[in-house]
Design a protein around this ligand. Structure first.
Ligand code: MTE
Length: 318
């Protein structure tokens, strides 16, 4: 097994990886230039994605989150997506994004930093150990999944650019490419997609820059080649296809805050006690399950993150 498995929050010891999934992971690691027994990924290439693993029955049951819940079927993770740059119909995103060019790709990291840098995705893969983290993803629309992401802590990237003392927030921007992202031609939204985190949230160990999932590099519909994953916040904070990261002094205005300020706040922490105007947040539908299940505060990560909000009224800072 060539992955460094997530240790925070603690995950029960990984089960024996089924052969099909193991092979697909090896393929990903080889494609990305894995070295020896580590997950250090070299610069030799994000070419075309390897064939996805066959959604073998039983395979997904082998991967669980730290609460013991199984990973969502691969077919759902890559087939039921929110990505408004392509289409608002979740089942159509994969086809609409299929030809989106994700290589070459660079991300500029700058703003209030001592050492601004532009990284090719290959640099990120070789510079930072890639690890697998099995996280719950909770959409504000009331559905959720469990996804085995691959990536590296955002904190590692931010440390490289050396944030200045004035930097209080991090602003993320998706690529603007209306020619190949037809949704960006719509005037309903303030393109490009923008999201933000407070600096301490960005530095939290749970906050991941994701480059892959289910052992493969990311597919376009999941935000290839680089997206954010913030598991204790509603899914819309987990911005896809990032080209720019800036350290800034004040809270950035996100696309959703600009579109509907009464519906979407800056924090967007998963909170069963604060309903969205159109959706109760008390319960959720886990994709693949029939019954709804109660929503957990901070999506089940309260132990790791609640301290960052001590003393804040989370109804006001929603
Ligand atoms: N990022 C961009 N650039 N555009 C989007 O429309 N949708 C968000 C988030 N990131 C979105 C985005 C929403 S609402 C969710 S729930 C998640 O992506 C879905 O991620 P997934 O499709 O990989 O499950």
């Amino acid at each position: 097994m060539h992955f460094k498995r997530q240790s925070y929050p603690a995950i029960p010891a990984a089960d024996i990886t089924p052969e099909a999934l193991f092979r697909s992971r090896r393929q990903f690691l080889r494609g990305a230039g894995a070295l020896g027994g580590t997950i250090l990924l070299g610069a030799c290439g994000l070419g075309s994605p390897p064939a996805p693993p066959a959604p073998t029955p039983g395979v997904v049951a082998q991967l669980t989150d730290e609460l013991g819940d199984p990973a969502t079927a691969y077919a759902a993770v890559i087939g039921y997506n929110n990505y408004y740059e392509f289409t608002t119909t979740k089942e159509d995103v994969a086809a609409a994004a299929a030809n989106f060019p994700t290589s070459p790709w660079e991300v500029q990291v700058g703003g209030l930093v001592r050492n601004p840098q532009t990284f090719a995705v290959e640099d990120l893969l070789s510079r930072f150990d890639q690890e697998e983290r099995i996280y719950r993803l909770r959409c504000v629309e009331g559905w959720s999944m469990v996804i085995p992401w691959i990536g590296f802590p955002l904190a590692a990237l931010l440390k490289e650019v050396e944030p200045l003392a004035e930097a209080q927030y991090v602003r993320f921007e998706t690529i603007y490419a209306p020619d190949v992202m037809p949704g960006q031609q719509s005037r309903w939204y303030n393109w490009p997609y923008v999201e933000g985190l407070r600096l301490d949230e960005a530095m939290n160990d749970l906050t991941l820059m994701s480059t892959g999932l289910y052992g493969n590099q990311l597919l376009p519909q999941n935000g290839a080649p680089l997206r954010l994953v913030v598991p204790w916040k509603y899914g819309f904070k987990s911005i896809k296809a990032i080209v720019k990261i800036d350290l800034v002094e004040t809270a950035p205005l996100s696309l959703w805050m600009a579109a509907a300020p009464n519906e979407y706040g800056f924090y967007a922490n998963v909170n069963p006690d604060v309903p969205h105007p159109r959706w109760s947040q008390a319960s959720e539908r886990r994709i693949g399950e029939l019954d709804r299940r109660p929503t957990l505060p901070f999506n089940g990560y309260a132990e790791q993150v609640a301290g960052m909000y001590a003393g804040m009224d989370l109804r006001v800072f929603f």
